[in-house]
Design a protein around this ligand. Sequence first.
Ligand code: ADP
Length: 210
Amino acid sequence: MKLILLGAPGAGKGTQAEVICDKLNIPAISTGNILREAMKNGTEMGLKAKSFIDSGALVPDDVIISIIKERLVQDDCKNGFILDGVPRTVAQAQALEEMGVEIDKVIDIEVADDTIVKRLSGRRVCASCGASYHTIFKPSVKPDVCDRCNGQLIVRKDDEPSTIVERLKVYHELTEPLVEFYKERGKLVVVEGVEGVENTTKLLFEKLGV
Ligand code: ADP
């Protein structure tokens, strides 16, 4: 199955992508993770992306399109994949079509803006392994220490309050039009991003019929 996960930053795309990946045994591809890895390794692409990401802006379409072109031809994508956080603009969605990628379903996880702000401001990530936590919804056992690798938990630079507002603005302006784009193509499945990860997962699996 070839799936796209749409939704505002903090709607829970990454979390749900991991669950679907385990259930259907297809890779979850997150452009956000690929870009953060590139920044950590100091590659040319990482350096180019950093200022956009840190300010809450989108990374230019040409960078994203070349990441996706390279990733989707890899062997593990043969039986399907879940795109998490891409496409994020109409140009990216059109590029996927031009590449001949036939998407089965596009899942839009809907969460209200005020909930998003609450979720993102409590998010903590491990500086070493990237595991994700939340001060209220998913706290680590020891404060500020990763359960998995004992690394230090930090606030992602783009989760700082002023940047969150900017990211939401960008989402409504540039990404939300994709809801209509995929509705017109008969691909859209709307899932309410309800409280509790498992509850959202349940709704999602029901809608996907898996
Ligand atoms: P979240 O879903 O929490 O917003 P991501 O990890 O998906 O975050 O992305 C973090 C940042 O990486 C985005 O705010 C953006 O700057 C950049 N980015 C990720 N994917 C894309 C994309 N498809 N197009 C443009 N920029 C992207």
